[in-house]
Write a protein that binds this ligand. Structure first.
Ligand SMILES: NC(=O)c1ccc[n+]([C@@H]2O[C@H](COP(=O)([O-])OP(=O)(O)OC[C@H]3O[C@@H](n4cnc5c(N)ncnc54)[C@H](O)[C@@H]3O)[C@@H](O)[C@H]2O)c1
Ligand SMILES: [Zn+2]
Length: 359
């Protein structure tokens, strides 16, 4: 098993990465807590897969288990779903020592995490991510929350887990499209921080796509290490954590302009291509490096063009949450593979041209 440590001013935890960790989670959790009860908040779609083995190992390790299933759709990422977790736990007279384990993708992690942050003013949280996106991104860093009808992730809290248990074997059953969407965030991590990692991914992308278990463990470890480093340097998102938004200014615009018809990772892939083209047009990035970026995104099976919306609609959607406070759009732009810089002085026609390249 490999363990990546996340070290923050007021919390430190290990991200444990291993194939088969779901089956062995009982002893791991036993070593982390002397609680007698644990809640497993899980994606209802995983009931036939991992929920049984997880509750079995937890019971064998001496825990009473309360299981709470939820649907993993953005429309279910709501206060109402959090309320159902409160009800299930408080009906069992929950106490502050007893942890919540979140088993699922980023939706379950965010909802169960927010419940853990707020019930009884906070109970321990263990993240057990089952999507690539949740393993390399959502489960690390302590952001939890739910959507509001006005926008996504508008209600939430920072609540760091006491541990993350990533079982890469669970990725076997993940649909292809979801898997590739997670790869978009992996490509992002290397572009913002690690040229060697990028070169390795170029070389081994087929091993990722065929879900070679040993390779997936390395890939998750590498990406968690990058995210952990960035988060440790800026736990409350006041500075360099913004680099993680590479591809996301355009990506969020694409998500909104297309009414969330594509997956987040697909929009981020398109957004990274647009940001890369923008960097080239501003003379910040050599064209040969841009070609490598676009080519890797394409080889990962992610879209590099083809948006069912106009450039004007995308730019409009990018600006929609900025207009009210008069703030300018901020772009994270690569200066080479492995390094980025933040720019908020990009001219409107340059933005429009960049979007035009991905239509
Ligand atoms: N907290 C953070 O820092 C952070 C960061 C990035 C994203 N997010 C949030 O994460 C959410 C997206 O997460 P996601 O992409 O993991 O999506 P998700 O949780 O919706 O899971 C995607 C799909 O995969 C299925 N699934 C999950 N694991 C599976 C498995 N092992 N086998 C088969 N099917 C499986 C789910 O049922 C679902 O249909 C968004 O709400 C986003 O806002 C949060
Ligand atoms: Zn993202």
């Amino acid at each position: 098993m490999s363990i990546v440590m996340v070290s923050l001013p007021d919390a430190a935890y290990g991200v444990n990465i291993r194939a088969g960790l779901v089956d062995g989670a009982g002893p791991v959790l036993r070593s982390l807590t002397d609680a007698t009860r644990v809640a497993v908040v899980h994606d209802a779609a995983l009931t036939g897969h991992y929920v049984g083995p997880l509750t079995d190992t937890l019971r064998t390790a001496g825990f009473d288990v309360v299981a709470v299933g939820m649907a993993s759709q953005e429309t279910e990422k709501t206060i109402a779903s959090v309320q159902r977790i409160y009800d299930a736990l408080l009906d069992h007279r929950w106490d502050r020592r007893s942890p919540i384990v979140a088993l699922g993708g980023g939706i379950v992690g965010d909802v169960a995490g927010f419940a853990a942050a707020t019930i009884l003013r906070g109970v321990p949280l263990v993240q057990m991510p089952t999507t690539l996106l949740a393993m390399v991104d959502a489960s690390v860093g302590g952001k939890t929350g739910v959507n509001h009808r006005v926008g996504k992730n508008l209600i939430g809290a920072f609540h760091q887990p006491i541990a993350v248990l990533a079982d890469v074997r669970t990725l076997r059953t993940l649909p292809d499209r979801e898997f590739r969407a997670g790869l978009a965030e992996c490509i992002k991590h290397d572009i913002i921080r690690d040229a060697d990692g990028f070169a390795r991914l170029e070389q081994h992308i087929h091993r990722a796509l065929t879900r070679n278990e040993d390779y997936l463990a390395q890939l998750v470890e590498h990406n968690v290490a990058i995210k952990a480093r960035v988060v440790a340097a800026d736990p409350f998102e006041q500075g360099e954590r913004a680099h993680l938004n590479f591809g996301h200014t355009f990506g969020h615009g694409i998500e909104r302009a297309t009414d969330y018809a594509m997956l987040h990772g697909e929009c981020v892939a398109l957004g990274m291509v647009a940001a890369t083209q923008l960097a080239v047009s501003l003379g910040m990035l050599p064209a040969v490096q841009a070609r490598r970026i676009v080519s890797l995104i394409e080889r990962a099976g992610l879209p590099v063009r083809g948006i069912p919306a106009s450039a004007a609609a995308v730019v409009d959607a990018m600006q929609s949450d900025k207009k009210s406070d008069g703030k300018r759009l901020r772009f994270v732009l690569p200066t080479r593979i492995g390094a980025v810089t933040v720019r908020d002085d990009v001219q409107p026609d340059a933005i429009m041209n960049a979007v035009s390249t991905i239509l």
